[in-house]
Design a protein around this ligand. Sequence first.
Ligand SMILES: Nc1ncnc2c1ncn2[C@@H]1O[C@H](COP(=O)(O)OP(=O)(O)OP(=O)(O)O)[C@@H](O)[C@H]1O
Ligand SMILES: [Mg+2]
Length: 249
Amino acid sequence: MFEIQSVSKSYAKSAVKAVEDLSLTINDGEIFGFLGPNGAGKTTTIKLLTGILSPDSGSIAIDGISLKDAPMDAKRRFSFVPDTPEMFSKLKASEYLNFIGDVYGTPVEDRKNRIEFYSRIFEISDVLNNKISSFSHGMKQKLFLTASLISDPQNWLLDEPMVGLDPEAAFNIKELMRSRAKEGKTIFFSTHVMEVAEKLCDRIGIIKKGRLIFIGTMEELKKKDSSKSLEEIFLELVEAKSSVKTVQE
Ligand SMILES: Nc1ncnc2c1ncn2[C@@H]1O[C@H](COP(=O)(O)OP(=O)(O)OP(=O)(O)O)[C@@H](O)[C@H]1O
Ligand SMILES: [Mg+2]
């Protein structure tokens, strides 16, 4: 469970709040999709949830554990897949995976089984002895996804996880999200793809200029205007539609 309470965040030298007075609770067993235009504050929110960034005000708890007061305990409760998989390029993939296993204190046998299982799902099992620097962008993403599941985390946090992945991997992520949610685990991910959100999410949140402008189910979003497509409703909510029209005219 992720709990964000009245969180605000500005970057240094910026008068604008990247996230403003955000409150959000994502429950156990829930797949939550976070949508919003470029620069809306999705990655900032996700980085706040990981502790990479600290809020200027407000509080964050993971499974009821305060990220500020007990950061190590809170951080053990989730894993994170960033939007740019650029890290530790000099390591072999297997070394990186074992390093992550060490960080989370995952028992050796569990770690071995999970590395085998997930690296096969993401089709990187044959290249685990290669250096990460030799991996393509998508292969790095698959490595990060595999790494993120080594600890079998209660909470799975992903920033635009399907971008740049082949269709099979994207399908597998969705299946993994579904099966984990069924086990009572929590999934929080950002996406720009309305269709993915529609098929996958129990609830979505829409953020615009740092403020949450919608939270609810896809059904609730559709109810805003049954004559319009979800995409149209979304674009109207974030007020992007008029600018698209201007470009086309
Ligand atoms: N490192 C940074 N320094 C200064 N400002 C930043 C930094 N990172 C993000 N911002 C600003 O914070 C705001 C929110 O950015 P954020 O990256 O959270 O958006 P996003 O919703 O993830 O966008 P995208 O869909 O493009 O990934 C934007 O105005 C952005 O310019
Ligand atoms: Mg982002």
